[in-house]
Structures are given as C-alpha cells and as structure tokens.
Design a protein around this ligand. Structure first.
Ligand code: AGP
Length: 607
C-alpha cells in the first residue's frame, strides 16, 4: 500500500503542491519518496529512500519545477527500499514516467518480453515495466492516452497508476484497477491521489474512479474513459465534507476501525503472494529436519494457527515458539537442518531478531514473513515474503494478523502441492474458498458489527472474560483475548476449551462471561460438551457460530453469526473479525483510545 498523487496546474510550480499531498499520504507508506515533472522539455525526477522530511532536506522535492507532476510515497512490496526502487520509474529514454500503488502479478513475464525487445531496466520493481510498455506502444505511433490504455489492458493484478509523457506534456493519464484512486476537480488545476486527504485543502470536489477506468487530466479538464473499450465515461464530482484528520482515517473515528475494514483488500493482496516466493519457502521447509515458527504477540498467534494448517494440509510437523523463549528452550536442537519461519509485522521486534540471530549462528535457514520491506528481519532472512498490508497505524495488530496468517496458509498449501498430500478436489475446494475470502470478510463486518457493538455494551462492566476454542480456533481465541487485554485493560483469559475443565472452570460463577469460537469444523461435536460444562455453572455464554447453527446457539445467551462453510484452516481469518470489533468497542465504551493503548508500542525494539 503506497500513496500516489499528481497535479496539472495552469500557474505556479508543482513542487509545493506535490510535497504537501505526499505529506498527507504518508500514513500509506513512508520508506521512500519521489516526484517527477515536465519542465523545459525534460522529465525531472527526484527520488530517494527515506521518510518525506529526510528526502526533502536532501533533494528539496518541494521545489520541483513545472506545471505537470506526479508523486509517490512508498511501502515496498517488490524490491527493498532504495533510490533505484523508489518511484517514479521511467522508460529507457526518460520520456515517460510512472508512479504506482498495488501489485502487478504478471510483471515477470512482461519484463522478460520487454528485455527480449531491447528494453533496459534500472530497478527490481514490478512498476517499471509500465513505463517500458507505454514506450513500446508510443514507438508504434499511438498517442499517449491510447498507449497507456493498451498497456493497462496487458496488466493483471491491482494497480493505481499515474503517468506523464514528454510527447504530450500538458496532461497526466491515470488508471485504476482495485487500488484506490480519486480525482480532485479544482479551478485552473486538477489533482489525482490514492486518497482524498492529499488534495482536500485545495478542492472538496472529488471524482471517484471505478475499477478498469482511466482519467486524462489537463489543467482545465478531466476526461474519464473505460479501459477495455476506450469509450468516454461521464461522472459528476461529489463534495467531500471531511476535515483532513477525518479524511486520513477514511471517515472512521479511529485508525483501528479503518484497518479492520481494510481487511477484504489486505487479505486479498496477501493471498496474491507471487508463487515463486512460496515455492522457495516450500522447498526450504521440505528439505528441513526440524521446523520452528517463531514470533511474538499477535504474530505468534498467526504461527500457532499455521501449525494446524501445516499439519492438516501438508502433513508437516512444525513447532510454534514464543521468540523470547526460543534460544533458552531449543538452542540444543538447532543445526544446519533446521528451518526457522519467522513472522513479524514490523520486522524489528527485538525478541524475535535475537532468536533469529541465535538460530542463524547455529546454522539454521531463516525464512521471514513481514510487513516492512527493508526491515532488519528482511536483512537477516535467507528468503522473505512481504505481506503487503501497508502501514498499520493502530498499535493493536488487526489487518496484519489476517494478512500474516494468509501468507502462512499459502506456504502450507504450496507445501501440500509439493508433497501431494491433498487431492486435486481438496486443492480446488481450498483455492475457491480463498477466492471467496474477501467476500466472507466484507459480509461478516457488514452484518455483525452492530450486534457486536450491542453485545459489547451489554458486557462493558465485566471485570474479566474468557475466550475458548478447539483446534485451530485456540489460536483465534488467544488472539481475541490479546486484543481485548491490550485495548480495554481487562484481565481476560483464553484457553483451549478442552483444557478449561482442568483449572479455569473454578473461576466460573453465575454470569461469568465465556466467549466460544465455535465454527462447524472437525472439533464442533466436542466443543458442545465444553459449552454445556460452562452452562452448568451458569456462565454467560457468548458464541461465534455459523448463521444456521442450532446446538451451540441453543446453549448460548448471545450469538455472533458467521458465514457457513468456511474450511477450518481459513476460519481464523474470518472468526477473528468480531473479536477485533469486540475489543475495539470495549475500549471505546470504556473511554480509552483504541489506537494508542497505554504501556504499548507498535514495535517492541527492547528485550
Ligand atoms: C499486537 O496487537 C501487539 N501490537 C503486539 O503483541 C505485537 O503483535 C508484537 O509486539 C509483535 O510485533 P511484530 O509482529 O511487529 O513482531
């Protein structure tokens, strides 16, 4: 998730406008920044790795000349943060420049074709191929707008693109497919951006681009076209009555709620991890004698859930370990045949990095899943995958949990394919379920948020709660508990449901709230017994059950209804959503700020 912006203005230099718009998009990505404009018959490019203010003090991007310009603030997905990989990217002759937000899935194939045609590439990004594709089309005599349209038709994946071209220096052409892109209609100037805050101080007239649409901006006109047909599209601007702070939160009261609602997109982009990286991970794991999944906090819960997926899908035994305990507990077992699959949103958690260094020193192979390209973990890992969730502003991890687990699930499936542990039918069923994941997430949020809010209100005066689950839902229950604990400061408990009768049950008294995570999976018949044990002690039962559930629902005081037929290895991604909302509303109802809970940091860089 990056931020792109652009402006075509009649008078004045674009530098200050672009710089200001990128500052307002910094929450979308901040590992490198760049701008390009057309001035004196040349395309000027200023770009560097680093935060906006660092790059400004070095390159003075706010002083870029020209009346037509595009800008980018990056959250790396392909290619670590560096000057070469920073956007904008240009073609062979510097006559076309492009900025991009999203992932171009077929960039490898297109790059090989273009290199065979003599194009020379300067970066390791997927984005640069677009500049060369447009250059190729221009060579065949098409105009700039048509050259971009033809190029866009060859791309697959998610993208918001903005391009400038020396041959037609008075305009910007931009294209949208899945990644957000809005146009700001001004007077004597027109703007584009990944999000409204970028141009809100200059105009409140926004034109929302739909998927597979493109726009041509000049200083006095905005034209919309359909990418497939090239036909004109007419759409009136809408007036945005948000202030900038609200706009940065996308109209949500807190970043956490905004990030919870980003999950249909962030899970989809995590599931789009390039097969090449999954294959590298699966090969390393299949060669290993011992495999550990290593992480802290929420990332550890993603590892715990993945343990069930590796066992049940790929028939591979992996050991999930809390990073701060790893070296003390397992040092003697680590050698050259050991693989460490490490998960860290920030890539900077000290406990995780220390464990990784200790394992590396003992000859282990390090695999990493992280949200921050260029982080220390990416430098320590032999192979790493960027989960591409974009910056997470809320201290409590939400979208990064579901994205992490989605990547781990894809690795387990790649391993199952390699080891042929799933039939063709089973694989097909799993793949189609994954394709439907974003819809399950959207429908659960849309249909259950209000009932979760009401359940939270009814239980906001509780002094403690317990979360129970079986099988893979133990990980979901533990993650639900962590969210509530860190945001509402309630001393919540979580247990494997079967284990609850070996101790916890002594805590249960009249009305004590117990939350059951009870999908209709292979554990369902056994969790009914656990619900009855709690019921017998007059606990207040709140259950997450399938929409047409009768047995557990019949025993429960309150229910949260979940979509039917989610394969058990996918349930953590959907069943965590109401628990994220529960923690969010408990924090708000108790008067706390869910974005910045006390005593916690987004990245724990101390031991
Ligand atoms: C989760 O909401 C917390 N912010 C915390 O437990 C976090 O998951 C843990 O510190 C690990 O962080 P990492 O994924 O950046 O390594």
């Amino acid at each position: 998730m990056c931020g792109i912006s652009g402006v075509v203005q009649l008078t004045g230099e674009v530098g200050p406008t672009l710089y200001d718009s990128l500052k307002r998009l910094e929450y979308r990505g901040y590992d490198s920044v760049g701008e390009a404009s057309i001035s004196d018959g040349k395309i000027l490019v200023k770009k560097q790795a680093g935060k906006i203010d660092e790059v400004e003090s070095e390159l003075r991007i706010s002083q870029l000349q020209g009346q037509v310009g595009i800008g980018h603030t990056r959250w790396a997905t392909h290619g670590a943060p560096s000057q070469e990989n920073a956007h904008p990217h240009t073609d062979c002759n510097g006559s076309v420049a492009v900025v991009h937000n999203g992932i171009i899935e077929n960039f490898m194939e297109l790059k090989q074709e273009l290199e065979a045609g003599g194009h020379r590439f300067k970066s390791r990004t997927d984005t640069e191929i677009v500049a060369h594709l447009v250059e190729e089309n221009l060579k065949h005599g098409t105009g700039f707008v048509e050259a971009v349209r033809q190029a866009a038709k060859r791309l697959s994946g998610a993208y918001a693109l903005a391009l400038i071209c020396l041959a037609e220096p008075d305009k910007i052409v931009c294209v949208r497919k899945e990644s957000p892109l809005v146009i700001g209609a001004g007077s004597n100037a027109n703007y584009l951006a990944s999000d409204i805050p970028a141009f809100l101080p200059r105009t409140k007239n926004a034109i929302l681009l739909e998927d597979d649409e493109m726009a041509v901006l000049t200083h006095d006109r905005v034209r919309l076209l359909n990418v497939a047909t090239g036909e004109e599209v007419s759409r009136n601007p809408v007036t945005v009555d948000w202030n900038v702070e609200t706009a940065t939160k996308g109209g949500y009261p807190h970043f956490m709620l905004k990030e919870i609602y980003e999950q249909p997109f962030t899970v989809r982009s995590a599931l789009r991890t390039h097969p090449m990286y999954l294959e590298l991970m699966a090969s390393a794991i299949s060669r290993a004698k011992r495999i550990f999944l290593l992480a802290c906090g929420t990332s550890y819960h993603a590892c715990l859930a993945a343990t069930y997926a590796f066992a049940n899908l790929a028939k591979v035994e992996v050991t999930p370990v809390v990073a701060s305990e790893f070296i003390d507990g397992y040092a003697a077992l680590i050698d050259n045949d050991t693989v460490i699959l490490t998960v860290s949103q920030s890539g900077e958690t000290a406990d995780t990095l220390t464990a990784v260094r200790g394992a590396k020193d003992r000859g282990a192979t390090i695999l990493g899943v992280t949200n921050v390209m260029g982080s220390t973990l990416t430098r320590l890992a032999d192979v790493y995958i960027g989960q591409n969730s974009g910056p997470e502003m809320g201290v409590a991890a939400t979208k990064t949990f579901t994205a992490q687990y989605s990547v781990l699930l894809k690795i387990a499936i790649a391993l199952a394919k390699k080891r042929e542990t799933l039939s063709h039918m089973e694989l097909e069923k799993l793949e189609s379920a994954l394709d439907g994941m974003s819809e399950w997430i959207s429908s659960t949020l849309a249909t259950q948020e209000e009932s979760v809010r009401r359940i939270t209100e009814r239980n906001s005066d509780r002094f403690s709660l317990c979360f129970l689950g079986r099988g893979i839902s133990v990980a979901t229950a533990l993650e639900g508990r962590l969210k509530l604990l860190e945001l509402s400061y309630l001393p919540a408990i979580a247990y494997p449901a079967g284990e609850s009768k070996h101790g916890f049950i002594s805590v249960v008294e009249d009305g004590y709230p117990v939350i059951f995570v009870a999908p209709h999976d292979e554990c369902y018949s056994r969790i009914i017994g656990n619900v009855m044990e709690m019921k017998a002690r007059h606990a207040h039962i709140i259950s997450l059950v399938e929409e047409d559930d009768t047995q557990v629902a019949g025993l429960s005081d309150e229910t949260i209804l979940m979509p039917k037929g989610i394969p058990s290895s996918l349930t953590p991604i959907v069943y965590i959503l109401p628990l994220q909302l529960f923690a969010y509303y408990m924090s708000v109802t108790r008067g706390y700020n869910p974005d910045f809970p006390r005593n916690l940091a987004k990245s724990v860089t101390v031991h």
